[in-house]
Design a binder for this molecule. Structure first.
Ligand code: UD1
Ligand code: UDP
Length: 370
């Protein structure tokens, strides 16, 4: 019988990170692989569209947890996934990133003694107010295989007492997807459809620290409105942000602004086309800091810290903090700056999933030489 592995997805970025790992493991033909979808994200354009566009295996198990408070959502996944583990008896689970689905499934597996592989391990913002930081630190503590995207992650993990032998620098599986699908980005018609065949800024915002606090949200939106006088903007809006804006009536204001193209969340291929061709990006997303670094597109990150410092030291990312009134000035400065010096971090080369698969293969089949 082949060893059985569960891959856990649930939130938008998970699909993009998990898909190449699935295909890479699957082609070894040595594992029974099941995709478990927690249902943390459930809108068509936050979940199914990724399965469809990435040509992903349909989930074998759907927990359908939906939204809730942190405790409610994490607890629901934990108890539902525990039942799945007991019934299905996987030999290993692989979790991705830092979302509630990641920690919930890890906790269920750890308590039952099932080994965990954590993809994107060791990232640290050192900001305990971020729900993701809690999820990262705890997931790493529970994991047997810690797959990292950048060298500083190893240092972070070793500082927390994680054994060096469990840490594997493999690169970035999100970039595996980017590289695999990049020839499709140029074929997308989205810029024509949205009338964006000129310079534009791409905006995404969804961190609770930026959008959940009413005062911050108003300041942020006022700065976006000012920025749109400098350069036209496209703003695919995350459901969390949309709800907050609608409850404060800022949504209609943004929607009526002719310089801001407000859209629902966009599918992967179209979104990546928008990202690749943007003159500048303004975001608080983790993944977008990395993808913009790969594309070499200037990125302004509206946060006080980043768990992805390599995108600042090597890439195109600039951390500007949350003094929102600074945003228009930063955009003007960036538009004048044509140097755009950057490089792509080591091992962000499209082969990270293959490195992960080899490590897992040699764990289950120790006598095979890679
Ligand atoms: C989650 C992750 C965050 C990640 C982001 C990716 C946690 C703690 N947070 O944040 O790290 O960057 O996903 O996008 O796991 N909603 C919908 N439809 C959906 C999904 C969500 O309407 O399909 C709304 C609900 O009102 C929900 C809110 O968005 O309460 C927030 O969703 P949730 O998954 O809790 O957190 P995100 O902000 O999406
Ligand atoms: N993304 C997308 N459509 C969108 C916004 C994002 O396809 O409208 C993709 C993009 O590749 C991004 C990834 O989803 O890197 C992760 O998104 P998000 O910002 O929601 O999560 P984070 O990386 O902050 O956890």
């Amino acid at each position: 019988m082949k060893p059985k592995i569960h891959l856990i997805v649930g939130a938008r970025p998970n699909y993009i990170k998990a898909n190449p790992v699935y295909y890479s493991l699957n082609q070894l033909n040595k594992f029974e692989i099941k995709l478990v979808n927690t249902g943390q994200h459930y809108d068509e354009n936050m979940s199914k569209i990724f399965i469809h566009e990435l040509g992903m295996k349909k989930p074998d198990i759907n927990l359908e947890v939906g939204s809730g408070s942190h405790g409610e959502q994490t607890g629901k996944i934990l108890s539902l996934y525990e039942k799945v583990l007991v019934e299905d008896q996987p030999n290993m689970i692989i979790v991705f990133g830092d979302v509630n689905s990641t920690i919930a499934c890890s906790l269920a597996a750890a308590k039952l003694g099932v080994p965990i592989g954590h993809v994107e391990s060791g990232l640290r913002s050192f900001d305990w107010n971020m729900p993701e930081e809690i999820n990262r630190v705890l997931t790493d503590k529970l994991s047997t295989f810690l797959f990292t995207t950048s060298p500083e992650a190893k240092e972070n993990l070793m500082n927390e007492g994680i054994a060096e032998k469990n840490i594997h620098f493999v690169g970035n599986t999100m970039i595996d997807s980017l590289i695999e699908f990049q020839n499709k980005f140029d074929k997308s018609e989205i810029r024509k459809e949205l009338n964006l065949e000129h310079d534009y800024a791409l905006i995404t915002m969804h961190r609770p620290s930026n959008v959940d606090n009413g005062k911050n949200l108003i300041k942020l939106i006022r700065s976006i409105q000012k920025s749109s006088e400098i350069i036209p903007c496209v703003f695919p809006i995350h459901p969390r942000t949309k709800k907050k804006l609608q409850s404060s009536k800022l949504y209609d204001e943004l929607n009526n602004n002719k310089q801001i193209n407000l859209t629902d969340p966009i599918g992967y291929i179209d979104f990546m086309c928008l990202q690749k061709n943007a003159r500048i990006i303004m975001t608080d997303s983790g993944g977008i800091q990395e993808e913009s670094t790969f594309f070499g597109v200037p990125c302004i990150t509206v946060r006080e810290n980043t768990e992805r410092p390599i995108t600042v030291s090597l890439g195109t990312n600039k951390l500007i903090g949350t003094e929102y009134e600074r945003i228009p000035g930063e955009i003007t400065a960036e538009l004048k700056n044509n140097s755009n010096k950057h490089s792509i971090p080591s091992l962000w080369d499209g082969k990270s999933s293959d490195r992960i698969s080899k490590i897992i293969e040699s764990y289950f089949y120790p006598n095979i030489r890679n």
